[in-house]
Design a protein around this ligand. Structure first.
Ligand code: SF4
Length: 483
């Protein structure tokens, strides 16, 4: 099935029928929130840290031009060549130019959502370069010819058996058992060792850029980032303009939030700060270092109503807390960023018209906003996108008509409540025997996937609420009179 955001409903439907992946995601949806909640609870004053980082992000974005200039000057003074890329094409072109200037044929890549966003790997491959992902999850999905399904764990949807079959097919290493994860990891490490040693160019991302020093910060759990950054002769850091913060301590404050929210760890295995190339007296490190700063609509976001989304630290916590992501999986979103953060980012970075199903998939349960370490009001942003979609008349005519009639009806509360009473009583009566409806007029979107439960009583929520409020008032009055 083609992976684009405009076929979200079809792709999500397909994912719902994949039992193995469904079970994996259910497990993930239970375990990941527990792990990150435990990490938050063990931290101490989590809310104070969250508020502190929010102030850092707000301050950095308020003075973005200033800090970017400061970063550029400091990085250049350290020997880094800084480039600016307005869009995905500009970043891809610049990377290819650098590769060609050095006659590069082999590229090793660390994990980078930015290069996923620009489609760098297929771009370089179409120009004849060999590009190898070196993060284990990214390596697995690259070998499988699939996109990542999660921004932190790209191959979370893959079973051990699938990875074993993949490695047996892809690695020409003769007969072997590959009995479990340790053997699979060892084999990937053996294969990737040559990639690190033979690569002409290493491409990494950055979790933060530090304005005062001109350094970039990268966190990984596998150490592949350091090998990619330091073994090839040319290092290219691909990142976005919104990653800049004033000082190193601001980046490490963000790091505290990030690791606990991403994996539930208290610290990542590797946290590295990269400056310029190797100095004369040094024996290791690249001989040339480039940093490419991508805008790709972030400048517009900075000035507009979706600015809060620039606070995102890409922890992925909103994904595993989202019932839609857990049900549909990352591939259904059809682009780089899945889950609630992706449902906001995809329309902003691509087009609302091509991805309008994403904000509409939100159930407005609010869990993502509760746990987002960057305090991003994701449900509000999703609702704003729906509103924009409605104003641009992008949703299907049938929906528009439905919403318009519903809005008209709500102007007459008595009529609305009266019709609700009739509908609930009728559904209760009709569905009483089976307890659910397998198909229901105007609710095919629901009944296409699951039964629609019949109302358990013939009264509406408002009737029940009023009745219980009256009873509670009577009992309070009786208690008062008794005293
Ligand atoms: S929106 Fe919040 S929870 Fe989701 S990835 Fe970004 S920072 Fe993490």
């Amino acid at each position: 099935m083609q992976q684009t955001s405009d076929n979200f409903i079809a792709a999500a439907t397909e994912a719902l029928h994949n039992d193995y992946q469904q079970a994996t995601r259910d497990f993930l949806g239970q375990m990941a929130p527990k792990a990150t909640a435990a990490a938050r609870a063990n931290f101490g004053d989590w809310d104070a840290l969250r508020a502190h980082v929010k102030r850092i992000r707000e301050h950095s974005l308020d003075h973005l031009a200033y800090y970017l200039e400061q970063y550029e000057a400091a990085a250049q003074a350290d020997g880094v060549q800084v480039h600016w890329a307005e869009d995905a094409d500009a970043l891809n072109r610049r990377v290819l130019e650098i590769c060609r200037e050095h006659g590069a044929r082999r590229v090793a890549k660390g994990k980078s959502m930015v290069t996923e966003e620009t489609g760098l790997t297929p771009y370089l491959e179409s120009a004849g370069l060999t590009v190898t992902e070196t993060d284990l999850g990214e390596y697995i999905v690259q070998q499988a010819g699939e996109p990542p399904s999660h921004i932190v764990g790209p191959a979370l949807h893959k079973s051990v058996d699938e990875v074993r079959e993949l490695f047996l097919r892809k690695h020409d290493l003769g007969e072997r058992a590959l009995d479990g994860p340790p053997e699979l990891v060892a084999e990937a490490r053996t294969v990737l060792r040559d990639t690190f040693l033979q690569a002409d160019v290493g491409i990494i991302g950055a979790n933060a850029l530090i304005a005062e020093s001109g350094h970039s910060m990268l966190v990984t759990n596998e150490g592949n980032g350091d090998l990619v950054a330091n073994l090839p002769a040319v290092r290219i850091v691909c990142t976005t303009i919104d990653r800049v913060v004033p000082r190193a301590e601001d980046a490490t404050a963000m790091l505290r939030l990030l690791v606990r929210s991403a994996t539930g760890q208290s610290v990542t295995a590797y946290t590295s700060f990269y400056g310029g190339s190797r100095r004369e007296e040094e024996q290791d490190g690249p001989t040339e270092t480039h940093v490419i700063l991508l805008d790709n609509h972030r400048g517009e976001m900075l000035e507009g109503p979706f600015r809060d989304m620039l606070h995102c630290i890409r922890c992925g916590n909103c994904l595993t807390h989202c019932p839609i992501y857990v049900a549909a999986g990352g591939h259904a979103y059809g682009w780089v960023y899945p889950g609630p953060m992706g449902s906001v980012l995809t329309p902003l970075l691509t087009s609302l018209e091509a991805s309008s199903a994403l904000p509409n998939a939100c159930t407005a349960c609010g869990r993502c906003a509760e746990i987002c370490p960057a305090d991003i009001p994701l449900p509000d942003l999703l609702r704003d996108l729906r509103e924009e979609e409605s104003q641009q008349r992008l949703n299907p005519r049938r929906w528009r008509l439905g919403i318009r009639w519903h809005a008209r009806l709500l102007r007459f509360p008595r009529l609305y409540h009266g019709l609700s009473r009739i509908a609930i009583a009728a559904l209760h009566r009709l569905g009483r025997r089976r307890g659910a409806f397998q198909s229901l007029w105007l609710a095919e979107g629901w009944t296409g996937q699951r039964d629609f439960p019949a109302p358990q009583s013939s009264t509406t929520f408002m009737q029940e609420y009023r009745q219980q409020s009256r009873q509670s008032l009577h009992s309070q009055k009786a208690q008062h009179d008794g005293e």
